[in-house]
Design a binder for this molecule. Structure first.
Ligand code: ATP
Ligand code: MG
Length: 267
């Protein structure tokens, strides 16, 4: 791991954030606890050990992942590159708890996919992991604000809190002024920002993005990149699959996935 990523993971809120924030701000009062908290290693956002994924299709076996070992620290910005068919989306599905590995272990924060109940997985997907895709997947008949609110449905918030979260999420992506616009009335970059707002409104720990700039021109790509960088600076762990070297260059850590094998290519 690089020095930069170590520094970041130290800064980022550990999983028990509310408690440790209290300890940090109140150090003189509960000095010993603060020391203990500082000594405890931050739990990684992800730990994958010997992960394989095999698909069977019409009697043909496809080995999408052939034995992936990787740890991603809280607060990191990781780019995953590699040729088409290399296994990038497959890996992202596992990181999103949307699928299980054929063998090996996937640990997401505190949860182990091997032992997690259906309820645990549901909670992970609904609250802790945000997803952004190449196709923005917005509902054309809903406004930006309504699209963002869709991401909050599983949380069952009351109307007031929901509206506050929606407004905050749109503000974070710089789209407060477009809250009442429908997707057809927004540029591609703006639509992708709505999709990012929808993903972050639930205040997830991790944002997973699969080719988030794949459908955008250069200027819109830079727009999205700035938004992602700001979210990461605020502590969100980012894992971005990308073919775009301009995006990958901005990540602090770069991984390459080729024929199911993962390699760290951070220079
Ligand atoms: N549901 C599936 N059933 C069968 N094979 C699959 C399935 N999903 C992916 N594969 C195969 O697994 C391999 C990895 O696919 P994956 O989608 O992860 O690649 P990728 O790196 O995301 O590619 P791209 O850059 O084109 O998006 C490919 O050979 C693909 O054909
Ligand atoms: Mg893919």
């Amino acid at each position: 791991m690089t020095a930069a990523s170590t520094g970041l993971s130290d800064e980022a809120a550990p999983p028990t954030d509310s408690a440790s924030t209290l300890e940090e701000t109140d150090m003189t009062i509960i000095d010993e606890t603060a020391v203990d908290a500082a000594a405890a290693p931050a739990r990684p956002a992800y730990r994958l050990v010997g992960v394989t994924k095999t698909y069977q299709q019409k009697g043909r076996v496809v080995q999408a992942l052939t034995g992936v070992d990787v740890e991603i620290q809280t607060g990191e910005f990781v780019a995953i590159q590699g040729p088409t068919g290399g296994g990038k989306s497959t890996l992202l599905q596992l990181l999103g708890a949307l699928d299980a590995p054929t063998s090996g272990h996937v640990q997401i924060g505190d949860a182990d996919l091997d032992t997690a109940s259906a309820q645990d997985l549901e909670r992970l997907r609904a609250r802790e992991i945000g997803f952004v895709f190449q196709a923005f997947n917005l509902i054309p008949t809903l406004t930006a604000a309504e699209n963002v609110a869709m991401g909050l449905e599983p949380l069952g918030l009351d109307r007031l809190e929901r509206d506050v979260r929606v407004a905050e999420a749109l503000a974070r992506v710089g789209l407060s002024e477009r809250a009442e616009h429908r997707p057809g009335e927004l540029s591609g970059g703006q639509q992708q920002r709505v999709a990012i707002a929808r993903a972050i409104a639930k205040e997830p720990r991790v944002l997973l993005a699969d080719e988030p700039t794949g459908n955008l021109d250069e200027q819109m790509r830079d727009e999205i990149l700035s938004v992602l960088e700001q979210l990461n600076a605020d502590g969100l762990t980012l894992v971005v699959v990308t073919h775009d070297s301009a995006v990958a260059k901005r990540a602090r850590r770069r991984l390459r996935l080729d024929r199911g094998t993962l390699q760290d290519i951070t220079t």
